[in-house]
Design a protein around this ligand. Structure first.
Ligand code: CUA
Length: 354
């Protein structure tokens, strides 16, 4: 009894303290950086989506306020009063009210449907004239990017010139993936045997994170991408670098040469050799895994999950399935039992591929 009384006395204060603590934790979610926020658009495509989101959000706020106000009004006005006897007056059927609450949602839905349908047509992927064409191929679990205009094939990291329209033509080598750069555009499914399109024009220079957005197997979360939106000069420099060919093995020396030999040589079993899957222009011609011709010019490896440093490369080469688990339809990189000596040589060679 005593306990209940004490509880009642402290009740409102405890509730207030609890509310403040909850609000503090909840609002702390509003601080910090959001590299994948769709509400911070960096292209016309994502600005259109953010506008539509805003439109629907404010309609939801309007509906919430009206409904809650009517609810609070009814609760207060029709509450039980001391001395009141029997049931309140019971009302059944009010034609004017029923027409009103049928028509009001119809009008609101029209205000939501019209901008939604307009936006769907606006972002349908029709490329603008002079767009930079990029072919996107989803693989378990990495992205392949081809720039036919420049003869470049790369992986996981895109470079786009600021202000130029981009037209992505997308497909999958295996299961369904979804291409999504939240601040630039998407998400759009990529499906084997079909072509999906995405067109956007990045409007600010910077680094924009992306993530596969369709569950595609155990390492779905390890299928990331980065789009670097460059100034025209930086983009031209990147293109020029990507178009160079690495020197042949015979011109290499020391550990780098040893690494090139491991990379381009047959190991046993033969399907456990780098050259079966990977291409380095002029040296090996595999086409299953990422093209590594200019690997050292990328900031990350392994679908964006590890930094492209000596330590990151060592970690990856020692145990690829440990870093990126899952064996499904695709052929993610197996553990090919490299020795520490081979790993050190490969790291030196891969870091020379600028
Ligand atoms: Cu690819 Cu999820």
């Amino acid at each position: 009894m005593d306990l209940i009384r004490r509880k009642q006395r402290h009740g409102p204060r405890a509730v207030a303290a609890g509310f403040v603590a909850f609000a503090a934790i909840w609002l702390s979610g509003c601080s910090g950086e959001y590299p994948q926020s769709t509400l911070d658009p960096a292209s016309g495509f994502s600005a259109d989506l953010a506008d539509l989101y805003g439109t629907i959000f404010w309609w939801a706020v309007f509906v919430f306020v009206v409904v809650e106000a009517l609810l609070i009004y009814a609760v207060i006005k029709y509450r039980a009063r001391p001395g009141q006897e029997g049931m309140p007056k019971q009302v059944h059927g009010h034609t004017a009210l029923e027409i009103a609450w049928t028509l009001a949602p119809v009008v609101i839905l029209i205000f939501i449907a019209v901008p939604t349908i307009q936006t769907i047509f606006k972002v349908d992927g029709t490329p603008e004239a002079g767009a930079l064409e990029i072919e996107v191929i989803g693989h378990q679990w990495w992205w392949e990017f081809r720039y036919p205009e420049y003869g470049i094939i790369t992986a996981n990291e895109l470079h786009l010139p600021v202000g130029r329209p981009v037209a992505f033509t997308m497909t999958s080598a295996d299961v369904i993936h979804s291409f999504w750069l939240p601040r630039l555009g998407g998400k759009r499914d990529v499906i084997q045997g079909r072509t999906s399109r995405l067109a956007l024009t990045p409007d600010s220079v910077g680094m924009f994170m992306g993530q596969c957005a369709e569950y595609c197997g155990s390492s779905h979360a390890n299928m990331r991408t980065i789009a670097f939106v460059d100034t025209q000069e930086d983009f031209d420099a990147w293109v020029a670098l990507q178009q160079t060919t690495p020197p042949p093995v015979a011109e290499l020396e020391g550990l780098v040469r040893r690494g090139a030999e491991v990379f381009s040589g047959i190991r046993e079993p033969a399907n456990h050799s780098c050259l079966v899957c990977h291409r380095v222009e002029g040296i090996t011609y595999g086409a299953i895994g990422p093209n590594l011709t200019h690997l050292a010019s990328r900031t990350t490896i392994a679908g964006g999950i590890l930094p492209n440093t000596a330590d990151g490369l060592r970690r990856w080469l020692r145990d690829p399935p440990g870093e990126k688990p899952g064996e499904m339809v695709g052929r993610s990189m197996p553990d090919i039992d490299l020795t520490e000596e081979e790993i050190e040589a490969l790291v030196a060679y891969l870091q020379s591929l600028r």
